[in-house]
Write a protein that binds this ligand. Structure first.
Ligand code: EPU
Length: 421
């Protein structure tokens, strides 16, 4: 297992290019299963999650080639409908093949994902959605088995205990594209990744209205075709480098990013004392010349503050001036990074779904362990700030969502290396 070794403290300066969005690319790859035709998808990030989705598509006998960030996917006559446990257990986003398989083959068998370090991740809303469209669904031997004689449009309320669901919205929207008649999804997710998926589906010939709002209308069509598409920039990768720039009191320009997807983060960083300028299209400059002020943050569905940046902003608040409270409203148990940040000298305690952070003057390097993708990024930010050497183990989590983080941080002036063990 690889480790990252970071010698701090660092001050990040310069430019960093942002890759395509992982969470937009994965459902778009699944959506190609809705037609027989060839799709070409550009700006796809080279990440282990993308390779897992490629393996799933190939396990259905779909032809896939991937080079220079361009995916060519040709489902022509594929027959497989089983997403195996070995894939789903490493990547929960595998669930987004459910809707396309059901719509296209009228049969889907998808392994249930099982436990997750960031808390319970039920799929009841996915099941509610496909049942409303006329599928039978049952769980047998660890697999969700869904069948239909033909999907029919329906009105479906998809709100859950924690608000809207991104991938349940994606699954129902994809399934509904080939259903007979009209589907209305109420309390739909409005994340930019859902809008990107809808745009891809529209290019495939789907009739969709209201993406970007909580009410999405889909008029089913008989057939879809392959399409060409460029994936949106990864707002979470961009946000991670913006937070790292602030934590190290640096001056970083993130390039190929989309500021309109990052309003809540920009607002919070400015509130904490950072200077943010939208230099030119896609280029956002972030500067922090002194220690930032403590701020309170609550995660919420888009356009609220993203849960996928909660761990990173907590690492930033670990050395801010004052006390901040970070409340997690999407995954109330997503706090595994607290213990590891505290090993580096942070002073964070947990009260229910809120973390209380007493900003420390500095952190100190330590041996720490990554527990999930975004927690790994938070430890990286902590390590850049900390005095001395930090070793982060289990960085296979990081490789699921950040391409070449060590290369990008080195270019920004960090002393960082990967040790292969
Ligand atoms: N939920 C339910 N029932 C369901 C589905 C979800 O109660 O059937 C709950 C979840 O437990 C959670 C809330 O609804 O409390 C929102 O979860 P959501 O379904 O939106 O999460 P997801 O679609 O499974 C995507 C991202 C996650 C990101 C969340 C929230 C992808 C591939 N994954 O997951 O990304 O945290 O939305 O924004 O798009 C990551 O990239 O690190 C990551 C975990």
């Amino acid at each position: 297992m690889d480790k990252l070794i970071i010698e701090g403290p660092a001050r990040l300066t310069g430019e960093v290019e942002i890759d395509g969005s992982k969470n937009a690319a994965l459902p778009i790859m699944a959506a190609t299963l809705l037609s027989d035709g060839k799709s070409v998808i550009k700006n796809v990030p080279l990440l282990s999650d993308v390779f897992t989705m490629i393996k799933i598509l190939r396990s259905f006998n779909v032809r896939v080639s991937f080079s220079d960030g361009v995916l060519e996917i040709e489902p022509n006559g594929y027959k497989g409908y089983t997403a195996l446990y070995k894939y789903v257990s490493t990547m929960r986003a595998s669930i987004c093949v459910l809707g396309p398989l059901l719509a296209r083959l009228h049969h889907a068998k998808v392994s249930l994902p099982g436990g997750c370090i960031i808390g319970p991740r039920p799929i009841n809303l996915h099941i509610k959605g496909i049942k409303a469209l006329g599928a039978d669904a049952k769980v047998e031997h660890g697999y969700l088995i869904a069948k239909t004689k033909g999907l029919r449009g329906a009105s479906i309320y998809l709100g859950g205990a924690f608000g809207s669901s991104v991938l349940a919205t994606a699954n129902v929207m994809m399934a509904a594209t080939l259903a007979k008649g009209k589907t209305i999804i109420e309390h739909a997710a409005t994340e930019p990744e859902i809008v990107d998926l809808a745009e891809f589906l529209i290019k495939m010939g789907a009739k969709i209205k209201g993406e970007r709002t909580h009410t999405i209308e889909i008029e089913g069509v008989k057939k879809l075709h392959g399409a060409n598409h460029t994936v949106i920039p990864d707002r979470i990768e961009a946000g991670t480098y913006m937070v790292a720039a602030c934590a190290t009191r640096g001056d970083v320009t993130v390039k190929r990013a989309e500021i309109k997807h990052m309003g809540s983060l920009v607002d919070k960083l400015i509130q904490a004392g950072a200077v943010i300028t939208n230099k030119s299209k896609g280029a956002i400059r972030v500067r922090a010349s002194r220690r930032l002020k403590a701020i309170d943050v609550t995660t919420l569905p888009f356009p609220g503050f993203p849960t996928d940046l909660q761990a990173q902003i907590m690492a930033l608040m670990s050395t801010a001036k004052g006390i901040s409270i970070i409340t997690e409203k999407i995954y109330p148990e997503r706090f595994m990074h607290i213990g590891e940040l505290n090993r580096m000298g942070a002073q964070i305690s947990l009260e229910g779904e809120s973390a209380i952070i007493q900003g420390a003057k500095s952190l100190s390097g330590a041996e720490v362990m990554a527990s999930d993708l975004r927690a790994s990024a938070a430890l990286g930010i902590g390590a850049l700030v900390a005095k001395g050497e930090t070793q982060i183990s289990r960085i296979y989590h990081l490789d699921r969502g950040y391409r070449d983080m060590e290369g990008k941080l080195s270019k920004l002036g960090a002393k960082i290396r990967r040790v292969r063990e």
